[in-house]
Design a protein. Structure first.
Ligand code: GLY
Length: 394
């Protein structure tokens, strides 16, 4: 008798365990994540002073850290609110998105940053696309012209930073701003936007990328000769390492530039970068990269949820432009990242994590700044990935 009961007990345990291993259907996961995100972001809106933006939390105290609109990340909170409004149709979210977007208006005249794509396109651009708010158009166009002022004819690139000792620094992150300029080209018909975007892409392909399709973080150019002075890292582990978020930025940028120009070489570049990343021996099995692919303390190195979220979003977009087998491969990897980011380890519950959605991102590790904290862009690209999956299947 005892052995019979033992048998049933073990069988029940095995059955329970295997039931727990059954994956949540993706549409259900997406709905759960976006619904919960909407509530968390409403709480965030209530918690952040009306004239500021959320930025991160203090790693020691967990207290919310905010920023003004001049910070490069100011567009991500309104952009996320726009996506969540798009998903839910909830007018309260639309109102919040409009209020936060309006704060960024003055940045249209900011010529001191290359991040206007993140700041203006992800806020005003999303509002125009999602809610059709026509008064956003001139702000977007002015901002795009401000960004254009940073282009140097001799170098062939948009200047990234004004600080530091470099002559003309260009970081790979800058590929993310070209989508904005390509929109401005379609909007205004001014071919300078197209020419600058293509020139910047060509130079990045030529000078930022190594033979294995990993990217340097920063290339400094001589403005007299247009030649490269130096290649190095700022936020990565070493000059020759592959800083994870930089890899994701560059990859996403080439996918976007392919979408907007249909130049097959940009698609090829994006595929090569994706294959470098997905087959990298230091890519963790769960798909969320270490902060640098060459971090010396792997497997104990910090993960960067933001690098994972940006990669997932780019992979979903890329899956639309490749053959069926590759499409399946890229989508499967994106789904893996999304499932990992949706798991307890990364995904915060309501009331936790300063109302941010994701935990465990890395901003600038060599500076010991924003290490293992939530970041608005990790949330933004996580939400974008979920929205892209919905659109892919609709
Ligand atoms: N563009 C700055 C960063 O990725 O940290």
């Amino acid at each position: 008798m005892i052995s019979k009961y033992l048998y049933y007990f073990i069988a029940t345990l095995v059955l329970t365990a295997s039931c727990n291993n059954i994956q949540q259907p993706l549409p259900e996961l997406i709905d759960e994540q976006l619904t919960m995100a909407s509530e968390q972001y409403k709480e965030m809106h209530a918690a952040v002073p009306a004239d500021l933006m959320p930025r991160s939390t203090d790693p020691e105290t967990g207290e919310l850290i905010t920023s003004g609109t001049g910070w490069w990340c100011s567009g991500f909170f309104p952009g996320s609110l726009w996506y969540l409004y798009e998903y839910t149709g909830d007018d309260e979210l639309k109102q919040m998105a409009m209020e936060r977007t309006a704060l960024i208006e003055k940045e249209q005249y900011n010529t001191g940053t290359h991040d206007l794509g993140f700041m203006i396109n992800d806020s005003y651009g999303q509002g125009l696309r999602i809610a059709g708010i026509q008064s956003y158009r001139p702000v977007l166009v002015n901002g795009a012209y401000s960004l254009l002022t940073r282009f140097n004819e001799v170098v062939g690139c948009i200047r990234s930073w004004d600080h530091g000792d470099w002559e003309f620094p260009v970081i790979v992150d800058n590929m993310m701003n070209l989508e904005y300029l390509m929109w401005a080209f379609r909007e205004t018909g001014d071919s300078s936007f197209y020419d600058v975007s293509v020139s910047h892409t060509e130079k990045t392909m030529e000078n930022h990328y190594r033979d294995d399709f990993s990217s340097y973080h920063l290339v400094d150019y001589d403005t007299i000769s247009g030649e490269v002075i130096t290649r190095q890292t700022v936020q990565g582990f070493a000059d020759e390492s592959a800083w994870a978020r930089g890899q994701s930025w560059g990859f996403y940028g080439f996918v976007t530039m392919y979408r907007d120009t249909k130049d097959e070489r940009y698609l090829e570049q994006a595929v090569n970068i994706a294959d470098f990343l997905l087959s990298h021996p230091n890519m963790p099995d769960d798909g969320v990269p270490y902060w640098d692919f060459n971090a010396p303390d792997i497997p104990d190195a910090r993960r960067d949820a933001s690098a994972g979220a940006i990669l997932a979003s780019g992979l979903i977009e890329l899956s639309r432009y490749v053959d069926a087998a590759d499409s399946e491969k890229y989508l499967a990897f994106a789904e893996k990242i999304i499932r990992t980011l949706s798991s307890e380890k990364y995904r915060a519950q309501p009331g936790e994590n300063g109302n941010f959605l994701l935990k465990h991102s890395v901003g600038h590790l060599p500076n010991n700044s924003e290490v293992d904290v939530p970041l608005t862009y990790a949330d933004y690209f996580f939400i974008e990935s979920l929205m892209r999956l919905i659109k892919l299947n609709s």
